[in-house]
Design a protein around this ligand. Structure first.
Ligand SMILES: Nc1ncnc2c1ncn2[C@@H]1O[C@H](COP(=O)(O)OP(=O)(O)O)[C@@H](O)[C@H]1O
Ligand SMILES: [Mg+2]
Length: 403
């Protein structure tokens, strides 16, 4: 495919539901590439609510992965219908015809992610290692059938087949969206899990010491959300208001900071398997009698520290970071933002904290946009993984096509 084809604008819809299972985010963007610069314009956004019963089934499937095949099959169909509803809802709400959309990129809903084992030695790379596996449900055939739109889904397995972690995938979009001529930027998403992409300036990216780097820093909203549901029956701590009234419990914080995921060297990914409901329940059992607000204060602090600690361990020694750009629902948590700022200052780093909105990108729909961008590339048969981020042995075109 020639470069000229990439300059032709395509209308691409991205569909995303993350580990929070708080709704399916949909966005429609016009995307084109000019002189190596991605141009995108968000045309429309929409969120499809998830019925509480379906959400419960999904959360149960994630926290207790031993489920029957019949139940799994039914869930795959129900989530496929849900994602199709999200796509149709966006079209209906914004009076857009299916024929105006070139393709859909659907992430699906991750039920289980089983990354490959860490590299044991320098000469053991790529496909020589055992492969990992992953399960994203939400049958894309249903999305294609109900919308009539070319649908690309299930991106992760191809990267894993090439020896990668199958995550993080958003780094591909982050580089296209945020690469600056001079500054190194950390794109910090705070969804259920928190993940970062370090985007070095164009001029230094070729240098071996300055590749794009991306990994999961640890929990995002997941533990805070679990505590809010347990103590208050609410899905999340709006703006961090509850955490702001609590006191950090040092012993609990120290215990949490001892989690074995945190010191692992990137590339690395995590999920509900490690920081989900069972993990939260285990902490509750080990630290009985704490005030609910103190739980929130401590879990928020833990989240903030895991982010800044992982920068100190893995990013600041290699990159001169100028900006940290927050996105995902956790970016709206004012108390968490404050704690991040506090720890960055304490680390002696002059890093300005920004939001995606400062770059004209809706914070909430950034990940949906990323999957639109991944689909845009796959639609044009362009590799869309970044091996330096995922650990794959080579670039591949991720995504399965239903047309
Ligand atoms: N105003 C807010 N204050 C605090 N947290 C928020 C706010 N809005 C959203 N969130 C958090 O963001 C989460 C959803 O973020 P999202 O980026 O959609 O995550 P995921 O990708 O895991 O679905 C919610 O579960 C909640 O924890
Ligand atoms: Mg979400």
């Amino acid at each position: 495919m020639s470069v000229a084809d990439l300059a032709k604008p395509l209308m691409v819809m991205g569909l995303m539901s993350g580990t929070s299972v708080d709704g399916v985010d949909a966005c429609l963007a016009r995307i084109a590439m000019h002189d190596g610069h991605l141009q995108q314009e968000m045309i429309a956004t929409y969120t499809q609510d998830i019925a509480p019963a379906l959400r419960s089934r999904l959360l149960k499937a994630m926290s207790d992965p031993v489920m029957g095949l019949e139940a799994l099959c039914a869930l795959n169909v129900a989530v496929g219908e849900l994602f199709a509803e999200a796509a149709l809802g966006l079209l209906r709400t914004h009076h857009i015809l299916a024929g105006e959309v070139d393709c859909i990129g659907s992430h699906g809903q991750t039920l289980f992610h089983w990354p490959p084992p860490p590299v044991q030695s320098d000469d053991e790379t790529g496909t020589k290692r055992p492969l990992g596996g992953t399960l994203q449900i939400g049958e894309p055939s249903i999305i294609a059938e109900k919308t009539g739109i070319y649908t690309i889904a299930d991106f992760r397995p191809r990267d894993m087949a090439a020896g990668g972690q199958g995550a993080p995938l958003v780094c591909y979009a982050d580089r296209l969206l945020f690469q600056d001529e001079h500054y190194t930027r950390c794109i910090q998403n705070i969804g259920g899990i928190a993940n970062v992409t370090v985007v070095p300036p164009r001029s230094t990216e070729q240098a071996e010491s300055q590749p794009v780097m991306a990994f999961d820093t640890g929990p995002g909203n997941m533990l805070m959300d679990a505590a809010m549901m347990h103590f208050y029956g609410k899905p999340y701590d709006e703006n961090g208001a509850v955490a702001a009234t609590g006191t950090i419990h040092e012993a609990l914080l120290v215990h949490l900071l001892g989690h074995p995921y945190l010191p692992l060297t990137p590339p690395k990914t995590t999920g509900r398997e490690q920081f989900g409901e069972p993990f939260f329940k285990a902490q509750l059992a080990q630290f009985p009698g704490l005030e609910p607000a103190d739980w929130l204060a401590t879990l928020t602090e833990f989240t903030a520290q895991t982010i800044v600690d992982s920068y100190q361990r893995f990013i600041f020694p290699r990159y001169q970071v100028s900006e940290m750009i927050l996105g995902g629902g956790g970016a709206y948590n004012a108390h968490l933002r404050q704690r991040l700022e506090h720890h960055l200052k304490a680390a002696g780093q002059v890093v300005s904290l920004k939001m995606h909105a400062d770059f004209g990108i809706h914070d909430k729909y950034k990940e949906a946009l990323a999957f639109a961008i991944l689909a845009w590339a796959a639609f044009q048969r362009q590799p869309n993984n970044l091996p330096e981020c995922t650990g794959a042995s080579h670039p591949v075109i991720m995504g399965k096509h239903c047309f």
